[in-house]
Design a protein around this ligand. Structure first.
Ligand SMILES: [Zn+2]
Length: 69
């Protein structure tokens, strides 16, 4: 699998396609809940970046799951 694809949704992760003035990708500034890496296949860990869509979706699900009812 090409490293520019998200290991979760298999879409382009767009990592390093929009960097800031310091050359940092959006993912440098984002917080990744450690549980999200459980969704990443072992062979993709630390190789393939998770895309922003999946990160946001995951965070949404996480906050819904922890919301007191
Ligand atoms: Zn994705």
């Amino acid at each position: 699998m090409d490293k520019k694809y998200c290991p979760i949704c298999k879409e382009e992760n767009r990592c390093m396609t929009s960097v800031d003035e310091q050359g940092n990708c959006w993912c440098f500034a984002e917080e990744f809940p450690k549980e999200i890496f459980e969704l990443v296949p072992e062979e993709s860990k630390r190789k393939h970046c998770i895309c922003k869509t999946c990160l946001n979706k995951y965070k949404e699900e996480l906050s819904e799951a922890t919301r007191p009812s």
